[in-house]
Design a protein around this ligand. Structure first.
Ligand code: AMP
Length: 290
């Protein structure tokens, strides 16, 4: 695996692959890799050769007081994992390489960026959209792979790619979970003991909503109440939001008619976690594209 540190070198490598007619796959990450990330790499390897993975803890998507400084960084371990999967290239630029002095251009995907995660983390999706656009411009992959763990992010990226006529197809993979249901996340490393136990409340809340739907419930407010009841029972969990939204528009729904997403965000101690589940009048978890 070649480790690439500069934009120019990354562009050269990607250009060479494209000129040989190869199908380039790209998996952007912030590192501290886990099975969720690796599932994206495997999905890329099924369709593409070469595969480029990026590791970049993007400073502009963290707000003041968030965990940018203490975000887990495990570069050696990440390299070994990617080597073991025979990834072709790792793009790991320093912050100054992507944001040199004088940088002043940002991307804002209107509407979709203001709700849910965007409301709780102002400026977050501006930072995400900006770095994803830069990375897609540098690598110009045929396919780029994102996780449904960050469903709103995937929706925003799809919107940006369509609006800006980018030549990359966005592929979204299912959420990879721990055996007890907790969605895998680099931030799970912050959780110890009782907090780790309590963190399963997010998945249990989503499951409770799904059980209600299977029993015939279609009223979104009642489904939200069922989710909140599970979260509220955990003293270590402070709910940020629990919502049911249309899977395409991310607008809240009153009744479940189309494919929807149940989304939760909560603090477990000092650690902010998010999770979601595709829900709908029929169980189409695996069929839906968002
Ligand atoms: P991150 O390193 O947290 O920025 O995540 C990089 C990519 O991996 C994003 O597209 C995430 O949605 C995806 N991802 C993170 N956790 C999971 C998971 N548990 N299952 C599937 N994809 C994930």
């Amino acid at each position: 695996m070649d480790i690439i540190r500069t934009v120019e070198w990354m562009k050269q490598v990607a250009r060479a692959a494209r000129s040989e007619g190869r199908i380039l796959g790209f998996v952007p990450t912030m590192g501290a890799l886990h099975e969720g990330h690796l599932s994206l790499v495997r999905a890329a390897q099924l369709q593409c050769r070469p595969v480029v993975v990026s590791i970049f803890v993007n400073p502009i998507q963290f707000g003041p007081g968030e965990d940018f400084e203490r975000y887990p960084r495990q570069f050696e371990r990440d390299c070994a994992l990617l080597e073991s999967l025979a990834v072709d290239y790792l793009f790991a630029p320093e912050a100054g390489e992507l944001y040199p002095a004088g940088f002043r251009t940002y991307v804002h995907v209107e509407g979709l960026s203001e709700r849910l995660e965007g409301r709780s983390r102002p400026g977050h999706f501006r930072g995400v959209a900006t770095v994803v656009l830069k990375l897609l411009e540098i690598v110009q992959p045929t396919f780029a792979y994102f996780g449904r763990k960050d469903a709103q992010q995937a929706r925003i990226v799809r919107q940006m790619v369509a609006d800006l006529n980018l030549d990359t197809q966005i592929q979204v993979s299912p959420i990879v979970r721990e055996p007890d249901g907790l969605a895998m996340s680099s931030r799970n490393a912050y959780l110890q003991g009782a907090e780790r136990q309590a963190a399963t409340a997010l998945f249990r809340a989503l499951t409770a909503a799904r059980r209600e739907i299977e029993a015939g419930e279609r009223d979104a407010l009642r489904l939200v109440a069922a989710m909140r009841a599970v979260l509220d029972r955990e003293p270590l969990v402070a709910t940020d939001y629990a919502e049911i939204v249309d899977a395409d528009t991310f607008e809240p729904v009153l009744r479940l008619r189309s494919t929807c997403l149940a989304l939760v965000a909560a603090f477990v101690g000092n650690t902010r976690l998010i999770d979601n589940m595709v829900i709908g009048p029929v169980d189409d978890e695996l069929k839906v594209e968002i």
